[in-house]
Design a protein around this ligand. Structure first.
Ligand code: SDX
Length: 435
């Protein structure tokens, strides 16, 4: 296929005589927008591109996830999120993200066994929890403990060694739920629950969250399925902020535990994975339907920093397909559990009124993955401060898959963006006695 090029006319504000029009290669993907390859721009023309927030920048080549924001489409290795959420399991999706293909029955059984036998933590890791205050945010604990795993598992730190990358991948996918559950139990002052190898991935996670050593814990199949589906819906999402953080950390050769701790730190922000927690606090603040118009006006006001949490997305300019699945699942879970949560009614009314408002329609602000997830987490008995921790549990599969892909990509270099400098020109130091 003939290489395409585009021309960049001479930069009118760039007086350098040698700046003539420039032909840049255009690279095409399997799906989605093509890219202008600017890698040699600075070398040949001594100019940078400028794109704060990377709104028009592809940071890498990837085969893992495709998002069509206009259509509201999300594919993982070509499979739609709707089909995966309804027919697959989180571990199977993790295998798919890691390996590019759905596993055979034997491959799945072997993978599940590997994960099951890596769910335990080194017994000394437990002491780390004791250093936190009981009211520490669970994500603060997770960041600390996941990063600290690099001080225990020295046989899976060498990122140049594929076997060690594979071992670290298994350990992280297996141990992050254990750590998240322990963070929750520590905050309650309740005993830690050890993983149970006879349970499913989601069932084991629920057992570690809600079981007690004093009695047996029966995993409710409805809650188990809802939790597994929630993890699938949070598994990966292209080059979002936290995934880009994992890739950036990994590009310097940092070990996988440090990279995922960095990703969790980025996810924690209320503009990203912290939004699910913020949605619940917002719904509580709105209180009842009569207050919705006031909050919609607040969200529209440029003078007011308030934003409608759970609405809007950098990529989706249509309904987030994950939010659509979660909206249905929310109704089902609440109905099956016999929960009549007024916050769900409030959320549905808020969505309805926002999507009838010109401002939200014009700016294409639709509910995103975080709008309904918190209501389901709440129905499953998860306390609000744990919502982002659960997002991190789900996204662990995607962070690992993207980290692996980055390390296997021959084009990967250490991430080192430049800047448009607007500071002082060279000036002479003035001793303090003369200032
Ligand atoms: C996630 O990237 C990913 O894929 C993330 C994620 C994943 O799976 O990894 O999908 C998970 O993080 C979902 C997003 C969760 N965050 C929230 O729900 C927080 C509320 N939403 C926003 O803060 C915002 O919409 C973002 C951060 C999600 C997107 O921000 P952008 O793309 O930078 O868009 P923007 O801030 O430039 O907004 C465009 C316009 C602005 O108005 P103008 O300056 O053009 O006049 O829309 C307005 C914004 O003020 N706007 C909102 C709004 N979101 C955007 N106005 C009111 N309420 C909102 N929620």
């Amino acid at each position: 296929m003939a290489q395409e090029f585009i021309g960049i006319d001479e930069m009118v504000n760039n007086p350098q005589p040698e700046t003539k029009s420039l032909r840049l290669p255009v690279l095409k993907g399997t799906l989605g927008p093509s890219v202008v390859d600017v890698r040699d721009l600075y070398k040949s023309k001594k100019i940078f591109t400028y794109d704060p927030g990377y709104t028009s920048t592809a940071s890498c080549t990837s085969k893992i996830t495709f998002i069509d924001g206009e259509q509201g489409q999300l594919l993982h290795r070509g499979y739609s999120i709707e089909e995966l959420a309804s027919q697959s399991t989180y571990l199977e999706v993790a295998y798919l993200l890691f390996n590019g293909e759905l596993p055979t029955k034997d491959e799945y059984a072997a993978f599940e066994k590997e994960i099951t036998y890596h769910t335990l933590l080194h017994e000394q890791v437990i002491h780390f929890f004791r250093g936190f205050r009981r009211d520490a945010h669970p994500v603060a604990v997770m960041i600390g403990v996941v990063g600290a795993l690099s001080s225990f598992y020295h046989d899976s730190l060498d990122i140049q060694d594929k076997a060690q990358r594979d071992l670290a991948s298994l350990r992280l996918l297996a141990k992050v739920p254990t750590i998240a559950a322990m963070a929750f139990r520590y905050s309650q002052g309740h005993p830690f629950m050890y993983p149970q190898n006879n349970l499913s991935y989601a069932g084991n996670f629920l057992h570690m969250l809600f079981g007690y050593p004093t009695e047996s814990y029966e995993v409710d199949p409805v809650i188990e399925r809802a939790m597994d589906q929630l993890l699938i819906l949070h598994a990966d999402h292209e080059q979002n902020a936290s995934t880009s953080t994992v890739r950036m950390a990994g590009s310097s050769g940092a070990n996988p535990f440090a990279c995922l701790a960095a990703g969790m730190a980025s996810l924690w922000g209320p503009a990203h994975g912290g939004a699910n927690e913020a949605v619940l606090y917002m719904l509580h603040e709105i209180g009842d339907k009569s207050q919705i118009p006031k909050y919609i006006e607040k969200a529209k006001s440029k003078k007011d920093p308030f934003r409608l949490m759970g609405f809007g997305h950098r990529v989706y300019k249509n309904y987030d397909p994950r939010a659509a699945v979660l909206r249905e699942s929310c109704h089902k879970v609440l109905e099956v559990l016999g929960i009549d949560d007024p916050l769900l009614e409030l959320a549905l009314e808020l969505e309805k009124m926002a999507l009838e408002d010109e401002y939200f329609l014009e700016k294409k602000l639709f509910p995103n993955v975080d709008f309904y997830s918190g209501l389901i987490f709440k129905a499953l008995g998860i306390p609000t401060p744990m919502f982002t921790a659960l997002f991190a549990v789900g996204r662990t599969a995607g962070w690992i898959a993207q980290w692996r892909e980055m390390l296997e990509d021959p084009e990967t270099k250490i991430g080192r963006p430049r800047q448009l400098y607007k500071g002082e020109k060279l000036r002479t130091y003035v001793p303090i006695v003369k200032r």
